[in-house]
Design a protein around this ligand. Structure first.
Ligand code: PMP
Length: 388
């Protein structure tokens, strides 16, 4: 299926998304919309997958079927970003948030610093967990290299604003800020040889990514890659090996490598759906095609913001506008509520912004259809005309 194809439900002018399928345009920030082809395949496979007579939810995680599902998912994830062989693919539990403590526990060891770039809520949470361990027996210190809190995380810092510590064990940043709607369109400049860790949860595989620039990239699947329950982690093997051996096994990245992500019972179903999503991206033309698809979708909404500048105020600076999470405010809270209510009546759900930012947030992940972005853009223009 082409990513630019509209939702299977034929849009009717007054209620764009709701139609025969009963589905609406789901702008949720995550868990978010999944490809319709994937959902249909899941419906079949929950009952009986690949003629085994057993549904995907019921298969042993040590059995042949799950071996195959995991291996195919890995092969497709690798193929999509041309991942070098010295990087391992791990399927982790505990969400993206579990990395917040696992990272310092592995590498922020005595005498070492972990450097943190804060550009939004989630990178701040990551830093806070490292701060908790700072100075405790067995740990080094977290260093705040930069924060964009001065302007409510509405921009991405320049390299000259970032102040790294003398010799960091790693540098961590979050490449798409889900709440504030800003995105890094470059990789931050880092001192030579220092491992760079990236939380790419809310835009993973929305556009091409050069994994070789990182020591580790991770992403909770529930936005662009599948359902909640699995965190994809792509890690350079030598970096995983350099992690502390003094912490519990399930907190050591290295322990997941020889066990093929199965040191204990893994989230089989979530990995299976992630595999289907990876196949859907491949079928849709790969990551470069995803980028075009996502750029054209976001344009409908950003153009509508820019067309009514006295009515809509975009949160992100223009050069930092996320392709995935589009944030803007209306003149008042009452007007925002009216917007959300009227949009919902037209089949557009999940638009209320996060409480930290207020206003509206439209999340347009990979599987979100072009028709939904077009419908929202048109609705926004009409709403501003009527209420501005
Ligand atoms: N990082 C980012 C960028 C996120 O958007 C989120 C969730 N919205 C998280 C981390 C936390 O993910 P989880 O809920 O899977 O722990």
């Amino acid at each position: 299926m082409s990513p630019t194809a509209p939702a299977a439900s034929a849009p009717a002018p007054s209620k764009p998304a709701a139609a025969a399928s009963g589905r609406v345009f789901n702008f949720s920030a995550g868990p978010g919309v999944l490809p319709e082809d994937v959902l249909k395949q899941v419906q079949t496979d929950v009952w009986n997958i690949q003629g085994t007579g057993i549904g995907i939810l019921e298969h042993s995680h040590r059995g042949k079927l799950v071996d195959k599902v995991f291996a195919e998912c890995e092969a497709d994830i690798r193929a999509l970003a041309n991942i070098p062989a010295n990087y391992k693919i791990l399927y982790l539990t505990g969400g993206a948030s579990a990395q917040n403590h696992m990272i310092p526990m592995n590498w922020m060891t005595p005498g070492k610093t972990g450097d943190y770039l804060i550009t939004g809520h989630w990178s701040e949470q990551t830093y806070k967990q490292a701060q908790k361990l700072t100075g405790k027996p067995g740990y080094g210190a977290a260093n705040l290299a930069v924060t964009t809190a001065d302007k409510k995380h509405s921009y991405i810092p320049g390299d000259d604003q970032i102040k790294y510590s003398a010799s960091p064990a790693y540098i961590h940043y979050c490449s798409n800020n889900t709440l504030y709607g800003t995105e890094w369109f470059r990789i931050p400049k880092t001192p030579a040889g220092v491992p760079l860790i990236c939380d790419a949860s809310s835009h993973m595989y929305s556009r091409p990514i050069d994994i070789s620039r990182y020591a580790m990239v991770y992403a909770g699947a529930q936005k662009n890659l599948g359902p909640a329950g699995v965190t994809l982690c792509i890690i350079r093997e030598d970096f995983a090996e350099a992690g502390s051996k003094d912490i519990p096994d399930l907190l050591q990245y290295r322990k997941f490598i020889p066990e093929l992500s199965r040191p204990n019972t893994p989230p089989v179903f979530a990995v299976y759906v992630m595999g289907l999503c990876a196949k859907w991206i491949i079928k849709s033309g790969g990551l470069a095609a995803m980028q075009k698809h996502n750029e054209s979708k976001a344009k409908f909404i950003y153009d509508a913001i820019d067309a009514a500048p006295s009515f809509y105020q975009g949160h992100a600076q223009k050069d930092a506008r996320s392709l995935m999470n589009i944030t803007f405010r209306l003149p008042s809270d009452e007007m925002t509520d009216k917007f959300v209510k009227e949009a919902a009546a037209q089949g557009m759900d999940g638009l209320k912004g996060h409480r930290n930012v207020g206003g509206i947030r439209a999340s347009c992940y990979n599987a979100f259809p072009v028709a939904g972005c077009k419908a929202l853009g048109e609705f926004m223009r009409e709403f501003a005309r009527k209420n501005g």
